[in-house]
Design a protein around this ligand. Structure first.
Ligand SMILES: [Zn+2]
Length: 201
């Protein structure tokens, strides 16, 4: 798969964060694509229930539509990151338009963290963005958005994938909601039972 091959290539480029320190038993839980009514508030309540903090890579147009949800993410102690304004695909967007879209989101989000939608980034975009942002990918993606996967399969991906310093991705989106609601609490409980702590990026 192109995506998998690309991810593998990008691992070799210094300047992209895929995983944090392997010396600490810490997991960096992150949520992409929100904020979305009904889903993001549920995630925030779930995180509160376990007393853990996470990082939310928000889409600018969702922040513009639901500014009160974006404020809630921050006031409840979580970290925010930029996920572009329109969730653009880097490979289908010219570099100037792509960068302008990220800057448009930055005006609302104001974070030094950026995660490229779909994990796509061209070298030109990478070079420009890294001057201003820490570029954050992941080492465990739950694939909660994949309707062909059951919550059990999503949980299995997390259970088998997490390790010290893992950056773990879920999605506070309507597409992922069914798997998210079932697999997130189990995943958090599994990590806590294994002795991991959670922190923000
Ligand atoms: Zn995304």
């Amino acid at each position: 798969m192109l995506f998998t091959q690309l991810s593998r290539c990008l691992h070799w480029i210094p300047g992209i964060t895929w995983r944090k320190s392997a010396s600490k038993k810490t997991i960096y839980l992150s949520f992409d694509d929100g904020p979305i009514p009904g889903v993001t508030p549920w995630v925030l309540d779930t995180l509160d229930r376990y007393g853990i903090k996470a990082t939310f890579f928000c889409v600018g147009e969702n922040v513009a539509r639901y500014p009160e949800l974006f404020e809630q993410i921050k006031t409840r102690g979580h970290q925010t990151g930029n996920h572009s304004y329109n969730h653009l695909r880097a490979f289908r967007t010219n570099p100037d338009d792509y960068l302008a879209n990220v800057e448009k989101a930055d005006k609302l989000i104001g974070s030094s963290l950026f995660r490229p939608p779909h994990g796509e980034l061209t070298y030109a975009q990478f070079r420009a963005l890294r001057k201003k942002y820490e570029l954050v990918q992941w080492d465990v993606i739950s694939r909660d958005y994949n309707a062909k996967l059951s919550p059990d399969e999503v949980f299995d991906i997390v259970r088998k994938g997490v390790r010290k310093g893992s950056i773990l991705v879920f999605h506070d989106s309507l597409k992922a909601e069914k798997n998210l609601r079932a697999a997130l609490p189990r995943s958090i409980e599994f990590c806590l039972a294994q002795g991991y702590v959670f922190d923000v990026l």
